[in-house]
Design a protein around this ligand. Structure first.
Ligand SMILES: Nc1ncnc2c1ncn2[C@@H]1O[C@H](COP(=O)(O)OP(=O)(O)OP(=O)(O)O)[C@@H](O)[C@H]1O
Length: 256
């Protein structure tokens, strides 16, 4: 079984261009399993772009071009043999704005397992849906109304539903792009607590504008600036003893 110190995602010499805009420059990083890694940095520094490299979501942007090497468990995810749809089942993603499908709560979660053929029969699918909703820490709130539309839930509930939907396909990695920015403080606290629980089973990478949030939820932090990964270390070190002046300036509020 893998442990916290095992490398899950290994990136080398990553460059991303949007047409002529060189948005990610020479990024090397090893992201650990069973760990929450926060990506921080000023607006436009490339956090979301680099996050999207990890499940090849940039492939869906016409003008985006990737160079370099990213491996998950040693396997090159940009290899021609890799099907991006299969990859995205293994590397789930949760977005800034909760985006449940216009379907029932049940169908939101059942959709992925169905298209990936993960359930043998209806009873099996019911089990998968329940397990995912429990992992998303929302089962108790929705178990009596699984047929109700997902879009009818509160913002915080919708985001936990989206997390449940992401975990339903048995991913190994969860990417979260500012998952709490549309949520109130109570819903944010619930999602942060959930992130901490999910760490037991997944490698999580979270983009956040909130340094307090990065400090609360992550064990590792990567500071990006102008497309470069400037510093990557234990979260405690980044916030208390950063080595690079740019990191120090950002965390003390001088840039960004
Ligand atoms: N879909 C896109 N098409 C063209 N350029 C893009 C696209 N997405 C990002 N960029 C550009 O790439 C650079 C990095 O943007 P990115 O969104 O990755 O930064 P970020 O650190 O996540 O920013 P923010 O914190 O504001 O979300 C910026 O110059 C941005 O304008």
């Amino acid at each position: 079984m893998s442990t916290q110190n095992d490398t899950k995602i290994s990136a080398r010499n990553v460059q991303v261009y949007y047409a002529d805009n060189h948005a990610i420059k020479d990024v090397d990083v090893d992201i650990q399993d069973k760990t929450v890694t926060a990506f921080i940095g000023p607006s436009g520094c490339g956090k979301s772009t680099f996050l999207r490299c990890i499940n090849r979501m940039n492939d869906t942007i016409d003008i985006a071009r990737f160079e370099g090497d990213i491996r998950i468990d040693g396997e090159d995810i940009y290899d021609k043999k890799v099907d991006p749809v299969q990859l995205r089942a293994k590397v789930g993603m949760v977005f800034q704005k909760p985006n449940p499908f216009p379907k029932s709560i049940y169908d939101n979660v059942a959709y992925g397992p169905k298209i990936h053929g993960l359930a043998k029969n209806k009873a099996d699918l019911d089990d998968i849906v329940e397990k995912a909703l429990r992992r998303g820490a929302i089962w108790d709130e929705v178990k009596d109304r699984l047929d109700a539309p997902g879009t009818g839930l509160s913002g915080g509930q919708q985001q936990r539903l989206c997390i449940a939907r992401a975990v339903a396909t048995e991913p190994e990695i969860l990417l979260m792009d500012e998952p709490c920015s549309a949520l109130d403080p109570i819903a944010t606290a619930q999602v942060e607590e959930l992130i901490d629980e999910l760490r037991q089973n997944y490698s999580l990478v979270i983009v956040t504008h909130s340094m307090q949030q990065a400090a609360r939820v992550s064990q590792k932090t990567a500071f990006f600036h102008l497309g470069y990964l400037v510093e990557y270390d234990d979260t405690d070190t980044i916030f208390n003893r950063p080595k690079d002046n740019r990191t120090e300036s950002y965390i003390s509020g001088k840039i960004g």
